[in-house]
Design a protein around this ligand. Structure first.
Ligand SMILES: [Zn+2]
Length: 115
């Protein structure tokens, strides 16, 4: 009769564990959960949250080179620079932000063309 009985709340326990905010951002001291990691709101590799990285990205390139494509006059990410690809602690996240930024710029440009 109760052969197929599942443990009630088993999935709920897992979900709530995922929701517990146990990860602290080293920059803003904000707290994040494993759900936030999955949602890419928090980066475990660097213990930094997306909000802080977005702030770095918005900063002048003289202050922070994070998340910016390098150009002739501005500091930023270069796929051919070992400092960016091997040594920088933010290299993985930075690369993702740069790719996203370039994609967004491409999309807004191609959107204008199709009008
Ligand atoms: Zn933060």
């Amino acid at each position: 009769m109760a052969a197929a009985e599942t443990v009630p709340g088993e999935s709920m326990v897992k979900e709530s564990e995922m929701d517990i905010k146990i990860l602290e951002c080293v920059e803003c001291k904000g707290l994040f959960s494993l759900n936030d990691v999955q949602a890419r709101l928090f980066f475990v590799d660097t213990v930094t949250c997306r909000g802080c990285y977005e702030k770095f990205q918005a900063m002048n390139s003289f202050v922070s080179c994070f998340g910016k494509p390098r150009s002739l006059h501005y500091a930023g990410y270069s796929a051919t620079d070992p400092r960016c690809t091997l040594y920088c602690q933010d290299r993985k996240v930075c690369r993702q932000f740069v790719i996203q930024k370039l994609k967004a710029e491409k999309q807004s440009k191609s959107g204008k063309e199709s009008e």
